[in-house]
Design a protein around this ligand. Sequence first.
Ligand code: AQP
Length: 321
Amino acid sequence: MTRLSGATPSGRAQLGNYLGAIRQWAREGTDDDLYFVSDMHAMTTAYNPQRLRALSREMLAVLLGSGIKPERVFVQSDIASQLTALTWVLECTCTFGEVARMIQFKEKSAGAKTVRLGLLTYPVLMAADILLPGADEVPVGEDQAQHVELARALARRFNSTYGEAFVVPKAVTPKVAARIRDLAAPERKMAKSARDEAGVVFVLDAPDMIRRKFRRAVTDGFERVEYRPDEQPGVANMLEILSACTGQPPQDVADGIDSYRVLKETTADAVIEELRAVRNRTEDLLADPAELDRIRATGAERAAERGHHRLAAVTRLAGIG
Ligand code: AQP
């Protein structure tokens, strides 16, 4: 059974990406799972090409530095020729209405002066990501479940119209992993593309920087270290981070911490410890471009090999190629 997950290099990997997803991928992934840097997904809104290239490389290094096996990882654009060919076939299997009603498209395009066509068709590229390697399961949050539904619909439609080519994938809800909030604005989730980085801890932040961000974390006027997410979102967020680092429930880690200052220092210490090895391994990889290129090229080869037969079957059934 193959599970497929991706990380978009829309910014630098942050603590939420790591504690909420990447760490799980590294710890619980099986030898059949596939993890990819979805760099082509980062092109649907304005972006800087040099920065995208650097961020893709860094994201790849973070996935590897987090302990995901090199043979499970690849960069999406390295198999762009297969993916874009499949996307075209799937676009011709999909209706305009199906993509236009995607909630994420409506949200991201609302109020925009111009909307890139890629923002509309991106769920079809995502369907290609899933269907090309024949992924059975795609762990996604609620915001992406509709996109996996589309991939299922397109797989079924192609199979019944032109002939069996695709595994029909299933969206699965990932095991409850931590949902990390922005330290400076705990009403919103921590995000790598946040405009203000003051409350975003990046996986590669130096220990001093991590400590500084925690010291400035927003709390409240209660002066009580208790796990009450609705009343004390900033404090609860730090307790959840501490909980994710220690493996103890957030209510338990609150015991014995009697001030916000101690909470901030303790959480900063735990995060610095949690990220230390990941940061070291990632930086070693980034300092060895030849090794990173080698891993990347092998991943691309393996992904292309895996996609080759299915794409050949699809184009044959579709009457092209
Ligand atoms: N704050 C978070 N807490 C827990 N998990 C999180 N993830 C993202 N933010 C948090 C999980 O990280 C994985 C990879 O994310 P993604 O690259 O696919 O895109 P995203 O969810 O849109 O991540 P960001 O950081 O919020 O990026 P931007 O700013 O570009 O929107 C996913 O499994 C995601 O759930």
